[in-house]
Design a protein around this ligand. Structure first.
Ligand code: KIV
Length: 270
């Protein structure tokens, strides 16, 4: 029933593969980095066909796909399942996977779980934190797996922190962000996501770090921007997000199409 259009397949397979080095070098070339999340084959394929250079199988899948209240319940088997689905799209963009909560508490678990995500099809991994996870990051990078950092508001800590708060407004938080970012650079991260970082601090980090900053809710001055794709498409009308205005009302359009089709069936149309 679903046959692939071969001309589209051919178009898709031409074009250079993006690596972690490509992403890192985009900063030196002055190229902005658009990044999006994807959690399955069709979404990865569509995002890749739009030439997005970095595609993240984020643990945000816990909220936007699995219906959990936050990312803390996402497990390694769930991440591997979705990474395998996304990897089947064979994207040109770099496919990065999140190490979920409590999967990188020790060097051994971090390395073992990073290797499992790569076995599932990830080409790089991301974990949340700075100085406190440097031994884990070093072990991952030493094994040949590119590492993407994540600083600022760390969603895996939402329960301890009691919500999603902007980071870097106080001088202590500002200094902690600078030290954590430098630790990620020294450990060999190829880029760093800055989530809900006060925009002036995100700008300072972008200007001072040799690796790209990829912001989410951190102002316009990062080297790149990342969004949770269902937020961009308006697929989740139940959440109220400050940092993203949906560019499509996919939820409403889907409801309308489903209702129209239902009416046609109920009314006996063929
Ligand atoms: O899990 C995720 O989707 C993320 C992005 C918000 C950066 O970490």
């Amino acid at each position: 029933m679903h046959s692939l259009d071969t001309s589209m397949v051919l178009e898709h397979v031409t074009g250079a593969k993006i690596t972690a080095a490509t992403i890192r070098n985009m900063k030196a070339r002055g190229q902005k980095i658009p990044a999006l999340t994807a959690y399955d084959f069709p979404m990865t394929r569509l995002v890749d066909e739009a030439s997005i250079p970095l595609i993240l199988v984020g643990d945000s899948l816990g909220m936007v796909v699995l219906g959990y209240p936050d990312t803390t319940r996402v497990t390694m088997p769930e991440m591997e399942h979705h990474v395998r689905a996304a990897a089947r799209a064979k994207p040109h963009g770099l496919l990065v996977a999140d190490l979920p909560y409590h999967s990188y508490q020790t060097v051994d678990s971090a390395l073992g779980n990073a290797l499992s995500l790569v076995a599932a099809g990830a080409e790089a991994v991301k974990a949340e934190g700075g100085r406190e996870i440097v031994p884990q990051i070093s072990a991952i990078i030493d094994s040949g797996i590119p590492f993407l950092g994540h600083l600022g508001m760390l969603p895996q800590h939402v329960l301890e922190e009691g919500g999603y708060h902007v980071k870097g407004r106080s001088e202590a938080e500002h200094q902690a962000l600078l030290a954590d970012a430098q630790a990620l650079v020294d450990a060999g991260a190829f880029a760093v996501v800055l989530e809900l970082v006060a925009p002036h601090v995100a700008r300072e980090l972008t200007e001072s770090l040799p690796i790209p900053t990829i912001g989410i809710g951190s102002g316009p001055d990062c080297d790149g921007q990342i969004l949770v794709t269902p937020d961009l498409l308006g697929m989740l009308p139940w959440y109220n997000l400050k940092h993203v205005k949906p560019k499509l009302n996919a939820a409403e359009q889907m409801r309308l199409v489903v209702e129209e089709w239902k009416r046609s069936v109920v009314n006996g149309a063929k």
